[in-house]
Design a protein around this ligand. Sequence first.
Ligand SMILES: *[C@@H]1O[C@H](CO)[C@@H](O)[C@H](O)[C@H]1NC(C)=O
Length: 461
Amino acid sequence: MDNRSTARTFKPSILADGFLLAGSAAVALLIFWVLYPVLVPATDAPSSRSSSSSFSAYVVKPPPPPRVSCSSPATTPPSPNPAGGCTNLRHDPPSPTFYDDPALTYTVGGPVADWDEKRRAWFDQHPSFQPGAAERVLMLSGSQPKRCRHPAGDHFLLRAVKNKVDYCRLHGIDFFYNTALLHPRMFSFWAKIPVVRAAMVAHPETEWIWWVDSDAIVTDMEFSLPLHKYAAHNLVVHGWPHLVYEKKSWTSLNAGVFLIRNCQWSMDFLDVWARMGPHSPEYERWGQTLRSEFKDKGLPESDDQSGLVYLLRQKDRWADKIYLESDYYFQGYWVEIVGGLDNATRRYLEMERRAPELRRRRAEKVTEAYGAAREERLEAEGWRAGRDGKRRPFVTHFTGCQPCSGERNQAYAEEECWAGMERALNFADDQVLRSYGFVHPDLMSSADVRPLPYDFPAAKA
Ligand SMILES: *[C@@H]1O[C@H](CO)[C@@H](O)[C@H](O)[C@H]1NC(C)=O
């Protein structure tokens, strides 16, 4: 009762402030729109770019409004993850950029010099992309051009893509899913390197490229990447230093999920990494080198993951910019995760019964606000992440299940893989469906949902 009356006395003043802000924003916008056609010569407007006469530059017809995804930057507090911020998608000035240099290529091995300066110059020409640039993330994923051999493979891929799209929508992250083999000889696990390289050129506006294998599922839809931790690094992978440097194991890290900064260092790194791949004359030699370096490596051919561990072990050259993350499941091995998902659901619901601020209904768009509130609560209650922690695993990786080809690692029974993927997908989907008022009554029943009662989970369903 007490809380309620405080809330009641506070609300009107907050609302009044809100109206004031909204009011001044509206006035500012109105002035802007009234003056816009007068202030801006039509030649600057993309739709009139072909107009050659300087007289027709001042046409009466107003140019189309810039397609910005927020109304007024001045009155909007900066979003912690502003990938979709106030960017102008209809502005690309005619002055030359690196795109106009025929020597600059999208392919690995192609030369790119001074990439950082080139990106900076691009930002100068596209200032609307500047705010929040340091935190901008593009998620990349992909799968083979052909249909999956396993009959359920494409259905799994569809749901795994949906899962990634969901996560990206909630966090203002851009998403690119590739189904073309960009280099004919860079097949299977090597295929991602040409995609990352091309995406760096295609997306100068993004600071981080986040590669996520098609068989990895985001299983904590609220969690935000702690990018501040990686400020001094250019590549983030899930791994353990003692396994890299002491045990010399090829599984000391996982190359299926990584964050790579869009910078010259990464361009150089990708070239060196790709040189270990099947399109390179050094491929066979690398196979021998990696096999003798890593005693636990069974595969005779050079593979991307062993190659990455090898490069990491060249301490002087690359290691100081590579962050080995193991504080949370930046990616986690599904076998140690899926059995605990039901308990995780239960624990989180119990927390929400204690915390009315977390169970409040809200618009999906503001999920990050509740993620931040959750984070505070998790810290206050001392919930740790990772294997022994009580938090939801961030990314669950179905390593070895090969849902598309069906050529799974024989260490797992087929039903284990499929049941695990079903659980993980529905576990994630429940966090999304929550904002739409529904939940799966059982993690194994993808087709079944039931409506959530008001004030769930405090109210008994
Ligand atoms: C889930 O929680 C129950 C009850 O606390 C416990 O007995 C069980 O071992 C847990 N299961 C897993 C897989 O952690």
